[in-house]
Design a protein around this ligand. Structure first.
Ligand code: ADP
Length: 495
């Protein structure tokens, strides 16, 4: 055991939440191969986990298939009660799960705790929505018939989640799946399986029946992705991650015409008009660029500022950025943690070098932190040209605000839309007419006006263009886990 193992277990009130096995059919199981989970702030190994393979995925899918009929047949209110219990348990253990999350992911503990509470809200929300899966009776074109529309659970499903939101992305998929009556086999990201396994442990305690929720840690994702997409028992895959992997899974899923929900990359514009509140907009940047060290798919990759307020805005952003405290997420007062790994750091460095080479001016930051490892200073770069990597549709995925000036509304819209992605756009202005004109013209699934946040359980999260397919959260989110079936009921005339 390393010091880090001791320090993580020391932080936990309930050490049973630190699981080092896969969860299949209600059992905690091992594998021959193993992999290390490391703390990105220190590099130390915090756990050694079994690496599940394609055959483990196949047997988990079989178990999920066996569990399906009974789960699907249960009255929605019974499934709802179990999901609510799961949500309550997550809240009861929020401190412990936050510690596990910070240890494997790096984000500040308070931010991790916020994510854990947010993850519980998807369970509450879909516990309710599962009870409102209403059908329809449609007037028929013949007098002696009625058309009845039912909504039924899709069946056995699979989920693949990323490392940047290790708790919320699990429940954002598992909650609607289970509420709808589906069963699910999930593979969390290799960097952050411990949070997912802790949530699975609480699902077990909440009474989720064996086989309904299965969690497969692995550091070899492709074979599991292939099994999830090509095993005909799996009727739907929900994936959150990179566009590159999303496209690969989409190609694989074509074999069985499998249903897909994809939450992929973004290249989000953050547009500040000259009538905006500058401090308000600066706080928005902090929320989308420095939260989780900029490692969020909704991160503002291109900051567009109207020329009249450019200097004032950049100065306010510089001052605020220099107050961001960087450090180990367990340390008190830390606002930003490390990047997830060396690959993440190299990418941010490559982007910064490109921005500077092409004429950008570093206002603050721009380099690795003296803290070492994967810590990168919160950075503001201005004079950013449209020939740079963020403008060529690469996501920086780090704490770099790349600022470009624009002159008028039409130019802002054209620049914002000049991307293959369409997840979210941020717009800062107090002009009501402009709010509508710009929001409607932006080619994105979501628009945040005078706010740096879009994610909550009530709203439909998702993108257009190459940012994905489908919506998660909201009353629309459960539809992705349901099939429509129409029954043509004829012969109703008096005989
Ligand atoms: P990131 O670059 O942010 O890690 P990825 O798309 O690589 O994004 O990872 C998101 C999730 O997809 C993770 O759980 C990862 O293990 C998984 N993944 C990566 N490659 C594949 C693949 N070929 N098939 C299935 N899942 C994959």
């Amino acid at each position: 055991m390393t010091a880090d193992v001791l320090s993580l277990t020391d932080r936990l009130q309930d050490t049973d939440l630190l699981r080092t096995a896969a969860f299949v059919d209600g059992e905690w199981v091992g594998a021959e191969e193993h992999f290390d989970v490391r703390n990105p702030a220190t590099g130390e190994v915090i756990a050694v986990l079994p690496s599940m393979d394609a055959s483990a995925a196949r047997s988990a899918i079989e178990r999920a298939e066996a569990a399906l009929p009974a789960w699907r047949a249960r009255p929605a209110i019974e499934r709802s009660r179990i999901l609510r219990r799961w949500a309550d348990l997550i809240r009861d253990h929020a401190d412990d799960i936050a510690s596990i999350l910070t240890a494997e992911q790096g984000k500040p503990w308070a931010e991790a705790r916020g994510e854990v509470l947010y993850s519980s809200q998807f369970l509450d929300w879909f516990a309710e929505e599962g009870r409102r899966v209403y059908g329809d009776v449609v007037p028929s074109h013949t007098a002696d018939a009625r058309i009845i529309v039912l909504k039924q659970a899709i069946g056995v499903t699979a989920g693949i989640t990323p490392w940047n939101l290790p708790a919320a992305m699990i429940t954002r998929k598992a909650a609607p799946a289970l509420a709808a009556g589906c069963t699910i086999v999930m593979k969390p990201a290799e960097q952050t399986p411990l949070t997912a396994l802790a949530l699975a442990r609480l699902a077990e305690r909440a009474g989720v029946p064996s086989g309904v929720l299965n969690m497969l840690p692995s550091d070899d994702a492709p074979p599991i992705g292939t099994e999830f997409t090509t095993n005909a028992t799996v009727r739907k895959l929900s994936f959150t991650g990179s566009t590159e992997v999303g496209k690969l899974l989409m190609a694989q899923a074509s074999r069985n015409v499998q249903k897909l929900s994809l939450e992929l990359g973004g290249n989000s514009p953050f547009i500040v008009f000259d009538d905006a509140g500058i401090d308000e907009a600066v706080e928005g940047i902090v929320s989308t660029k420095y939260r989780n060290a900029g490692q969020i798919c909704t991160g503002a990759n291109r900051v567009l500022v109207q020329r009249g307020i450019l200097d004032d805005f950049v100065e306010a952003l510089r001052q605020r950025t220099q107050r961001v405290t960087l450090g180990n997420g367990f340390d008190h007062g830390v606002e930003m943690g490390p990047l997830i790994d060396a690959g993440g750091l190299e990418k941010v460095e490559r982007h910064v070098a490109d921005l500077i080479d092409r004429g950008g001016t570093v206002v603050t930051g721009g380099r690795r932190s003296d803290l070492g490892r994967t810590f990168f200073e919160p950075t503001v770069i201005t004079n950013v040209g449209t020939d740079t990597l963020p403008w060529q549709d690469e996501e920086t995925f780090g704490p770099v605000a790349a600022v470009t000036a624009f002159d008028d509304e039409d130019e802002a819209i054209a620049l914002a839309n000049s991307t293959e992605y369409g997840l979210v756009a941020y717009v800062y202005t107090h002009d009501v007419g402009r709010i509508f004109r710009v929001s409607e013209a932006l080619e994105t699934g979501m628009v945040a006006v005078n706010s740096g946040r879009v994610s909550n359980e009530q709203a439909p999260f998702g993108g257009v263009k190459q940012s994905g397919l489908g919506r998660e959260g909201s009353r629309y989110g459960i539809d992705d886990w349901l099939e429509l079936k129409y029954i043509n009921l004829a012969g109703l005339s008096r005989r």
